[in-house]
Write a protein that binds this ligand. Structure first.
Ligand code: GDG
Length: 464
């Protein structure tokens, strides 16, 4: 069996002692790389300003080579902050209103994908399997094929695939759609995404399920743009057992002790997200305000802790959102708060992983209400972190990929603040028996479908 070549925009490098970064995807993909030997290729995260990027840099760690390329400032602005994060991200999350299409940025996106292909090409051996991750690199397989690469190439999309009417509103959507047909296996988070993707091919008149396809909602043999390939659903998981252990051992961390001391008898509701408009943070704070108004007996007895470290601060929409969230939290605290009670605590910083696990475990309710989300790992982490004897309740947006799997969650529509308020109330008043029963079902599912299984299943399907 050949080596594994993983390509992603950013590469989670090990520290100086060779320890790999904690957290799902990095751990699982590292394990697969360690097993087969191989390369993890991507952007170093560094810009070389107006200069042309120098040669790639390589770092060896056991059987894995990390190969990194810098980008020029122009590449970074156009490919990463521009086309990937101001066109593909909003459109794939159904936010046409936030998409800022410019031809220059589109050119930069394809230029960087060509450069990735040029730099990867000399490193490839004939029996390597290549696994490309996420929306930054959709055209990569097509570029590699143009350079004569015949290897198996797989792609996994971590974010949702949009319905046809949304995708088709994006100029050059056809190049993006065609780009995926150069892969051998295209992986999506949910059956819904796969279905949207196949509908786009059919609507475009460029292909669809092959004649011998088994018509499964989770996998498809496709023929499109003159190529035969497969697409299937692989719901990403977390390191369930490790995360549960981390949470169980977190009681003595300072953050958890401080939190507990400051809460007294109050119930904690927790939200954790990268500060991103897809996560529905303003809508969540509004729904929490609505909850306090609709259920006034709860005032003074419950606190919403929203942890939201900044991300993509170079994109204007993200800076605006930061101000909006601050102002909404301030508004709720100003109008409903009391001298000894702050309804919303907003932390615009990253907290340590163990503290995070501990905070999830302290919280009566995990409030995970994205407007749209490929999967949402926070929902899964919240479940894994609970105390089996006294678990909290997950309130989950029906628009998170995780909602397809986590049947024990109380589902809500994040656009409907009244319904979300009712869901919070339902979660807070749920009996211990019902909480345990709902939690057990979800936990069993997460143990059986952890991130190692996701990685294994994907690579097996690509190899098949
Ligand atoms: C994309 C897709 C898909 C957040 N704040 C802190 C912190 N986090 C960690 C969480 C979680 C991760 O970040 C966020 O993962 P999500 O899945 O929720 O969201 P995205 O970043 O948008 O990821 C998503 C995912 O890819 C995987 O395929 O599920 O749908 O959008 O792990 O815990 N971690 C720490 N401190 C924080 O303050 N330590």
């Amino acid at each position: 069996m050949g080596r594994l070549i993983v390509v992603s925009n950013r590469v989670p490098l090990p520290d100086k002692r060779g320890n790999i970064p904690a957290g799902g995807l990095a751990v699982a993909v590292h394990a697969a790389l360690q097993d087969k030997g191989g390369i993890w290729f991507g952007w170093s995260g560094k810009s070389v300003g107006a200069n042309e990027p120098g040669p790639v840099s390589t770092r060896e760690n056991g059987k894995i080579s990390y190969v990194l390329t810098d980008l020029s400032k122009k590449d970074m602005d156009e490919y990463y902050s521009g086309f990937a994060n101001r066109v593909l991200w909003p459109i794939f999350h159904c936010r046409l209103d936030l998409a800022e299409y410019a031809r220059r940025e589109k050119d930069g996106y394809f230029r960087v994908n060509r450069m990735f292909a040029d730099r990867l090409l000399p490193l490839l051996e004939p029996d390597d399997t290549i696994w490309v991750h996420d929306y930054h690199l959709i055209p990569l397989a097509e570029e590699l094929r143009r350079r004569g690469v015949k290897n198996k190439i797989g792609f996994f999309l971590h974010i949702p695939w949009p319905p046809a009417d949304i995708l088709f509103a994006m100029p050059i959507y056809d190049q993006i759609l065609r780009g995926l047909s150069a892969y051998d296996l295209v992986g999506f988070q949910t059956d819904h995404d796969l279905d949207n993707y196949i509908s786009c091919l059919i609507r475009e008149g460029e292909g669809g399920r092959a004649a011998d396809d088994a018509a499964s909602p989770s996998s498809a043999s496709l023929t499109a743009y003159g190529r035969d390939f497969r697409a299937a659903t692989f719901a990403i998981g977390i390191e369930t057992e490790d995360f549960a252990r981390l949470a169980a051992n977190s009681r003595r961390t300072q953050t958890v002790r401080d939190m507990r001391a400051s809460m007294g008898d109050r119930a904690l509701i927790i939200g954790v997200d990268r500060l991103d408009y897809s996560k529905g943070i303003p809508e969540r704070i509004n729904a929490f305000e609505r909850f306090l108004q609709d259920y006034p007996d709860r005032q003074g007895k419950v606190t919403l802790l929203q942890v939201a470290p900044s991300s993509r601060s170079d994109v204007p929409e993200y800076r605006q959102m930061q101000k909006q969230v601050e102002s909404l939290a301030g508004h709720v605290n100003g109008t409903l708060g009391q001298i000894d009670w702050t309804p919303v605590r907003y932390v615009n910083r990253s907290v340590g992983r163990q503290s995070l696990a501990g905070l999830y475990r302290e919280a009566r309710v995990g409030l995970v209400t994205p407007l749209r989300d490929g999967m949402n790992l926070v929902a899964k982490e919240y479940v894994a972190a609970q105390n089996p004897d006294d678990p909290g309740v997950l309130v989950l947006s029906r628009f998170a990929g995780a909602a397809q799997e986590l049947k024990g969650a109380v589902l809500c529509n994040p656009h409907d603040s009244e319904q979300t308020a009712q869901a919070i109330e339902r979660a807070l008043s749920m009996s211990p028996e019902e909480r345990r029963e709902r939690w057990r079902g979800m936990m069993d599912h997460l143990l059986a479908h952890d991130v190692q299984a996701w990685c294994r299943d994907y690579l097996r399907a690509l190899d098949a």
